[in-house]
Unconditional design. Structure first.
Lengths: 208, 565
């Protein structure tokens, strides 16, 4: 049983325990309640318990007298998919260059259609820095909490530009203000309360 | 008191750089399928702001007085030199006296009047003052421009006078509507009374409802009546959908919507104690404005503190971590004999502290009881450190101190501890905070310097209102020693400048009187005479760096100390 901490996802946990394929963990029978609670294996909440099933023993047929190479499970790469907009709500232009740095490596790429940034990042990466148009932003992979938590709601709103990404001294106040701004922009009743309609809209607009 | 009224009339504009997108963090998850794309958009933030107090307007009117002129020149520098491509938008605010629509109209007219002056839009003024042309004409005349006969008619002579007046007052500050948000479409808006910075307590409110107290009420409400210009990030166009404030296009109805919730109502409520935005109270009732401007230094700061450093020795306050920016100024001061250029260049390396204020000369001498009156205000919180005895060999950049100032008494870093009160740098210091400075310098021969010195910082008023408090508990000592006190704050990197000036009291027969006071703050020095109980003219310089992440700071104006008689 593994208790998730901030920054972990099922794939990163699976990889940590040596699983070549994280689906073996996610789809394990023991994790049925986890699957019900968190429909998205990429989005866990600190404290979530992930059962680690027994690993199957791997067996290899090798030839004597030769050098055999056996590949052990390695960290899988997962997709980072962002749709980047400017402050005016316009998607960034296709071809705009960016650079993502993590664990000492630099990955360069260009924006695709409609502000889309798609990159494969090893699932073990927790922190990365995205630099685009001269500005850098820190990416905390695996730190997005589920939408039904306050932190998850907050993070999505902040990522979309509603409110600061730091939950400051009075989170209720700030959250209400951010929610109301979102509601006004998306034609919902601006009561500042993240009810089911608002949450559904946030999920739809934000992406997950 | 002497000179106080003239300081008031000059009014004040506070200008700041802002933290830029201080929340750089994006909390993300990997994408579980192709369609799961996270939408990322930067928050609309402010690059810089400038605030004009109510003093530049007549009570309840939108006419801008000529006294605003120097601040407009400062604003021009902000807009043209410091943030040349940032679109500007202006917010007007009113106090709660009067009804909401009236205040909405007044606050909007003030913001518009300022905008119009900057872009030389005479017709806008014609419209703003269309129901009070006579008033406008009289004002123009009293400010030195001839509008022709005060006939209450907006004719060509009056229009001409408006143009002349605008040219005279705004002078080199002349921008086009394109420089403003949305190409001028969102250049100005009025917040009515929705976003005060000071809210009366229930008791105060009842007191002020009585007509006999209205005069005081208006004066207490003054901070609420303000006009603020925000400079937004370059490239931000500001469209109908992206500009977060919609009152300019949708009118008061949208403001009512934004303030009609339990959140807003809770903030609008009167409570048993008075509330102040500058003290961390939540006074803004509009979510939009709150999100945009809550941490704006223009709204929150108020000013510097205190340097209430009494004491026996001369103190220098050093807040390091900023790049030097005073090369040209330095020349003047170098002639005064106390600083060398090397000092400033060196401190760029210091990364642990936020900014440096260097005060030349000694600050105060005090008496056992606090001789200064004080008013309310806000103090920045900071940690106090007293610098070590400077050894020129180890610390070449600071050698000037050893050279120039005698008898340095310095102690180890982190030798100042807060005895009570909040413990986090960046938080507001309260009146009950006590700081103790520890003198741990063993090799300093003069044992008469106390081992510990208690400092207490008092809230001071907005600087235009003067008056400092001195720290209590200090004894009169000799003035020959110099100390350096280092202040540290959370990361802060706005190019800022503070100039302090302290009046020098001369004690005559146990009564403290204010002595010489130079109008030209930066260049005049009043030398300290041996043996006399005097205040020194203090010069404080603030150096800044680009690492800014917290919003507190103030600057750019001069203080003075006025003691009670």
């Amino acid at each position: 049983m593994h208790r998730a901490v901030q920054g972990e996802s099922v794939p990163s946990i699976a990889a940590f325990y040596g699983f070549a394929d994280w689906h073996a963990v996610w789809e394990a029978r023991e994790n049925e309640s986890l699957r019900k609670k968190r429909s998205n294996p990429m989005i866990l909440y600190p404290g979530d318990e992930v059962s680690i099933p027994d690993r199957e023993k791997g067996s290899f047929i090798i030839e004597t007298g030769k050098l055999n190479i056996i590949y052990l499970g390695k960290f899988q790469s997962l997709w980072l998919r962002l749709s980047l907009y400017d402050m005016d709500g316009e998607p960034l232009k296709e071809g705009e260059a960016y650079c993502i740095e993590f664990e000492g490596k630099k990955v360069k790429g260009t924006i695709k259609d409609n502000g889309l940034l798609e990159e494969q990042i090893p699932c073990s990466v927790r922190e990365a820095v995205l630099t685009i148009q001269g500005k850098s932003r820190k990416l905390l992979m695996g730190s997005l909490d589920p939408l039904d938590t306050v932190e998850g709601l907050w993070a999505r709103l902040a990522n979309m530009g509603y409110g600061s990404s730091d939950i400051r001294k009075s989170p209720d106040d700030e959250l209400e203000s951010a929610v109301r701004r979102f509601q006004i922009d998306y034609d919902l009743e601006p009561d500042g309360i993240p009810g089911p309609r608002t949450k559904a809209k946030i999920k739809k607009v934000y992406g997950c | 008191m002497a000179g106080e009224s003239s300081v008031r009339q000059k009014g004040r504009v506070a200008i700041f750089g802002h933290p830029l997108d201080s929340d750089q963090v994006l909390r993300l998850a990997f994408s579980s399928d192709e369609k799961e794309i996270h939408r990322i958009q930067p928050r609309v933030q402010i690059n810089a702001c400038a605030m004009w107090e109510d003093v530049y307007f007549d009570f309840g009117k939108a006419f801008i007085k000529k006294s605003i002129k120097p601040s407009l020149e400062n604003f021009r520098t902000l807009c043209e030199d410091d943030y040349p491509d940032c679109p500007i938008t202006i917010f007007g605010h009113a106090d709660p006296v009067g009804n909401i629509p009236f205040n909405h109209d007044l606050s909007e007219r003030r913001a518009r009047a300022l905008y119009a002056m900057i872009v030389r839009d005479v017709s806008a003024w014609c419209e703003i003052f269309k129901t009070e042309v006579g008033y406008l004409q009289r004002q123009l005349r009293s400010e030195g421009v001839d509008p022709g006969p005060a006939d209450g008619i907006m004719g060509p002579q009056t229009r001409g006078a408006i143009q002349t007046y605008m040219d005279n007052v705004a002078d080199r500050l002349k921008l086009t509507p394109g420089r403003f948000l949305g190409q001028g479409k969102f250049a100005f808006q009025g917040c009515s009374e929705f976003n005060p910075v000071r809210v009366f307590s229930k008791a105060e409110d009842s007191f002020y409802r009585q007509q006999s107290n209205w005069h005081k009420r208006n004066s207490e409400n003054q901070p609420n009546r303000r006009v603020i210009a925000f400079l937004l990030p370059e490239g931000f166009k500001g469209t109908d959908s992206s500009w977060i404030c919609r009152t300019g296009t949708k009118g008061l109805a949208i403001c009512r919507k934004m303030t009609n919730s339990s959140w807003s109502k809770a903030r609008a409520q009167l409570t048993d104690s008075p509330r102040r935005h500058s003290a961390g109270d939540k006074t803004f009732t509009c979510s939009i404005y709150y999100d945009l401007a809550d941490i704006s230094p223009c709204e929150r700061t108020l000013f510097l503190a205190l340097i209430a450093i009494p004491i026996q020795q001369k103190w220098s306050v050093e807040i390091t971590g900023y790049e030097t920016m005073f090369d040209t100024q330095l020349q003047k001061w170098v002639e005064g004999g106390f600083f060398s250029r090397g000092h400033y260049e060196y401190v760029q390396d210091t990364v642990d502290i936020l900014f440096r204020i260097v005060i030349e000369f000694m600050v105060f001498k005090t008496q056992a009881s606090d001789p200064w009156q004080y008013k309310e205000g806000q103090i920045l919180s900071f940690d106090l450190e007293i610098l070590n005895n400077i050894n020129p060999k180890n610390d070449p950049g600071r050698s000037f101190m050893a050279n120039e100032i005698k008898d340095i008494v310095l102690t180890d870093k982190n030798c100042a501890k807060r005895l009570e009160g909040c413990a986090v740098p960046g938080e507001i210091v309260s009146e009950t905070d006590v700081w103790r400075l520890y003198n741990q310098s063993d090799d300093y021969p003069d044992k008469s310097i106390p081992k510990t010195t208690d400092l207490q910082f008092r809230r001071i008023t907005r600087l235009a209102d003067t008056a400092y408090c001195l720290v209590q508990g200090q004894s009169v000592g000799d003035l020959d020693k110099v100390c350096h006190v280092r202040l540290s704050l959370p990361d802060f990197s706005i190019p800022l400048e503070i100039r302090f000036k302290v009046g020098i009291p001369i004690t005559i027969k146990e009564r403290i009187e204010l002595t010489r006071w130079a109008d030209d703050l930066e260049s005049q020095w009043i030398p300290l005479k041996e043996g006399t109980r005097q205040f020194e003219h203090v010069r404080v310089e603030l150096l800044s760096t680009p690492l800014y992440t917290e919003p507190y700071m103030i600057v750019n104006y001069k203080h003075r100390v006025i003691g009670p008689y």
